[in-house]
Design a protein around this ligand. Structure first.
Ligand SMILES: [Zn+2]
Length: 395
């Protein structure tokens, strides 16, 4: 049954459409907007006036039309407000500040291992304060902080997975927003990581997000063709079975995707470690080979490492192929591994084509992120702006 929209819903949708149309776009006249969005000029004018009064859009001069009265141009007021995104990982975190228009104002790595204690979260809070101060942004102008957290840190998963090493002084995630300097909430990490592709990559189709980090997670993103808004459903993609007789996973099953393609799988194997399941960040005492060193060695001809990476890409090709068969949507690879996967994309595409059932163009549906490890924190901040946009429309 079709949903019946009341006049308020229609105004909310139209407000969203106008804001989305002005994002990443040169200044436009109201007439341009009216034609692009197929909305009447009075509707555009009424909403634009309200948005201008609230400071979300700005008048930026007039067109150089040579006939008659020159119409004024409007654009998004990128500095109307800011959002902060945080991504928590076991060994480091990342923090980003983005503007209302989606410009990345600052991004940096938070170099502390996750402990989950009140002290840890307070340190993140003060790091955010410092970053805002350095950029001269008054916390009053921050519309919110969104924290992207791996599923494994959500208490429900903790119980399901029977993880033993939860420290006693770790606080519940529900208490975390209260420790932040501005209004804050939490989001599953894969949902955050997929958002930049829509903002910067102008993707306008549904997509499956494969977040390749220490813990692999995923989500399905659906873009509403009418309003342009995105809805997301997170999933425990890391525990999709690739080989039911394969390697043992910490979840108790065998052959999970996590065991073949997480960011820690390679570094664990080359360093003789077993950290891929650690929820709490622990830095081993010995000197380690990290991912950049691993790939440099491959380029220098290290055959053992090249074999490991080939196995990695085989598993990833199977996972991407399965997702494509199941969902028939685009697939976005994000997270720490995405920059390396991007460098070897031609090889991955070749492997997918080899197992593929159709002759479709893999390059058309498979995307890798350009933000790499900053996907989730930037995406968390952008999605916080999206939440604000929904509220603006509601008056
Ligand atoms: Zn598993």
């Amino acid at each position: 049954m079709a949903t019946v929209l009341n006049s308020n819903d229609i105004r909310i949708n139209n407000t969203r459409k106008i804001i989305y149309a002005l994002r990443n776009s040169p200044p436009m006249t109201k007439k341009d907007l009216s034609e692009k969005l197929r909305l009447s000029l009075p509707t555009i004018a009424s909403i634009a006036t309200e948005l201008e009064e609230k400071g979300y859009i700005a008048d930026c001069g007039r067109t150089d039309s040579s006939v008659g009265r020159k119409p004024s141009l409007i654009s998004l007021n990128s500095a109307a407000c800011y959002a902060v995104g945080v991504h928590i990982t076991t060994h480091f975190g990342e923090i980003a500040i983005v503007s209302f228009g989606g410009e990345i104002i600052a991004r940096q790595i938070f170099r502390k291992a996750f402990t989950g204690t009140e002290t840890y979260w307070k340190e993140i809070s003060s790091e955010i304060d410092t970053m805002l101060a350095e950029k001269g942004i008054d916390p009053e102008r921050v519309c919110g902080i969104r924290i992207a957290v791996p599923y494994i840190l959500f208490p429900l998963f903790w119980e399901q997975a029977n993880l033993q090493d939860k420290p006693e002084d770790m606080i519940d995630l529900e208490s975390v927003p209260k420790l932040m300097p501005c209004e804050a909430d939490l989001v599953p990490v894969a949902i955050a990581a997929g958002v930049p592709r829509y903002w910067y990559g102008k993707l306008d189709r549904d997509a499956a997000v494969v977040f390749l980090d220490r813990f692999i997670e995923g989500c399905i993103l659906e873009k509403d063709a009418n309003t342009g808004s995105i809805s997301a459903k997170a999933c425990l993609l890391g525990h999709m079975t690739l080989d039911y007789r394969g390697r043992e996973c910490f979840c108790g099953k065998k052959g999970c995707f996590q065991e073949y393609c997480s960011a820690a799988i390679i570094t664990d194997r080359i360093n003789g470690l077993d950290t891929a399941h650690d929820v709490i960040g622990r830095f081993p005492k010995k000197k380690l080979i990290h991912l950049p060193g691993f790939f440099e060695a491959i380029e220098a001809g290290n055959e053992e490492y090249a074999r490991l990476w080939d196995e990695y890409l085989d598993a990833l090709a199977n996972a991407v192929h399965n997702l494509r068969l199941l969902l028939n949507s685009d697939v976005i690879i994000c997270g720490e591994m995405s920059e390396y996967v991007a460098s070897y994309k031609a090889e991955l595409v070749r492997k997918i084509k080899k197992i593929g059932m159709t002759k479709e163009d893999v390059d058309e549906y498979l995307h890798t992120s350009s933000l790499s490890r900053y996907d989730a924190c930037v995406g968390a901040a952008l999605s916080r702006i999206d939440s604000l946009v929904e509220k603006i429309g509601a008056g």
